[in-house]
Design a protein around this ligand. Structure first.
Ligand code: UDP
Length: 313
C-alpha cells in the first residue's frame, strides 16, 4: 500500500510510520512540526519507501499518484498543548480532518481517524465501551480537544455514509513510550523526567484520579489491525490495567529509581478542572474483531521509556 500518515513526525505517528515500513508499505509522513519533530523520523532518512512533507494538515493537501490509505493522526493530544493552542486544536480536528477525508475520497483511499478516549469526557460509565456517548462539557477547558475529536468522528461517519469512503475510527486511550516530548506536560514524561532529575513528582490534587497506560508498540499494532479490518464503527484501543495517579507515581519511582519524593500540588492554571476522574477502556470489541490485546506490562514499558529518556534529560 501507499499510505499517508498525518502527524507522521509525532510520537505515535512516527512509530506507525516505522511499523508500516517494516511491513513493506510505502509511507508519506505529513507534519507541520508544531509538536512533532524530524528527530522522530531521522532513522527513516534515505529509505526510498519513505517521504516527508512539512505541511499543516488544515491546508489543501496535494499529492500525486495513487494512494491506498490515509491515517489521520495529526493532533495536539497533551492537555498542556491544547490549553495553550486551543484554536489550532479545534482547527486540526475539524479542518484538518476535512482535508484528510477529502483526500481519501478523491484517491479512493481507506481512511483511519485517530480519535480518543476523551470523546467519553468525564465518564459516568466505567469501564468505557464504544456504545457510551460520553459526558463532555463543550465550553469547559478540555472542550477544544474533546469536541474537535467528536466532530472528527461525526465527519468521518458522514463521509462514510454520504460519500461511501471506507473509514475506520480508533479511540486511543493514554499511550506512552519513547519519542514522547520530555516537556509535553503529560503525566508519563513528567514523572519519568522528574525521577531521573531527582526532582519531586508532581501529583495533581489528591492523586485519586485513575488512568490506564498502554505502551506504544501495542497501540500501533492495534491501529494496523484496525486499518486492515473491515470494522467501520469506533474501536477502543488501550490497556485496561487501571491505577490511580498516586499509585502510578509510586510505580515510576520503583522502576526508575532515584531519590525523588512525591508532592501534591494544585496547578495554578486550573488545568485539572474537569480532568476526568476515571478512565479505563473496555477492549472486548478490539479483542473480538481484531484479535488484539496489549502485551507489554507497565513495568516493561516504563523501563524502556525511562532508558530512552535517560539519554535526553
Ligand atoms: N497529572 C499529574 N501530574 C502531572 C501531570 C498529570 O498528577 O505532572 C495527572 C492529571 O491531572 C491527570 C492524569 O495525571 O489526572 C493524566 O494526565 P495527562 O496529562 O497525562 O493526560 P490525560 O489523561 O488527563 O489526558
Amino acid at each position: 500500500m501507499r499510505v499517508l500518515v498525518t502527524g507522521g513526525a509525532g510520537f505515535i505517528g512516527s512509530h506507525l510510520c516505522d511499523l508500516l515500513l517494516s511491513r513493506g508499505h510505502e509511507v508519506i509522513a505529513l507534519d507541520n512540526l508544531v509538536t512533532g519533530s524530524t528527530k522522530n523520523i531521522e532513522q527513516l532518512a534515505g529509505n526510498d519507501r519513505f517521504k516527508f512533507i512539512k505541511q499543516d494538515v488544515t491546508e489543501y493537501i496535494y499529492l500525486e499518484g495513487q494512494l491506498d490509505a490515509v491515517l489521520h493522526l495529526a493532533s495536539l493530544p497533551s492537555p498542556v498543548d491544547y490549553l495553550e493552542k486551543p484554536i489550532q486544536t479545534l482547527k486540526v480536528g475539524a479542518l484538518g480532518t476535512h482535508k484528510a477525508l477529502g483526500l481519501a475520497k478523491k484517491k479512493g483511499a481507506r481512511f483511519l481517524l485517530a480519535s480518543t478516549s476523551e470523546v467519553y469526557g468525564d465518564p459516568l460509565v466505567h469501564p468505557q465501551p464504544e456504545e457510551y456517548w460520553g459526558n463532555v462539557n463543550p465550553v469547559g477547558p478540555r472542550g477544544v480537544y474533546d469536541e474537535s475529536k467528536r466532530f472528527a468522528e461525526a465527519l468521518t461517519m458522514a463521509y462514510h455514509r454520504y460519500h461511501g469512503v471506507d473509514t475506520r475510527i480508533a479511540r486511543i486511550f493514554n499511550t506512552y513510550g519513547p519519542r514522547m516530548r520530555l516537556d509535553d506536560g503529560r503525566v508519563v514524561p513528567n514523572f519519568i523526567r522528574q525521577s531521573l532529575k531527582g526532582e519531586p513528582l508532581t501529583v495533581y490534587d489528591d492523586g485519586s484520579r485513575t488512568r490506564s497506560f498502554c505502551y506504544y508498540s501495542d497501540l500501533v499494532e492495534g491501529l494496523y489491525r484496525l486499518l486492515m479490518s473491515s470494522e467501520c464503527m469506533p474501536v477502543n484501543l488501550g490497556n485496561p490495567d487501571e491505577m490511580t495517579i498516586l499509585d502510578f507515581a509510586q510505580k515510576v519511582l520503583e522502576v526508575v529509581g532515584g531519590a525523588s519524593k512525591i508532592v501534591f500540588i494544585v496547578p495554578e492554571d486550573q488545568r485539572t478542572k474537569e480532568d476526568p476522574q476515571t478512565r479505563r477502556p473496555d477492549i472486548e470489541k478490539a479483542r473480538e474483531v481484531l484479535g488484539w490485546i496489549p502485551k507489554v506490562s507497565l513495568e516493561e514499558g516504563l523501563r524502556a521509556t525511562a532508558k530512552w529518556f535517560r539519554h535526553r534529560v
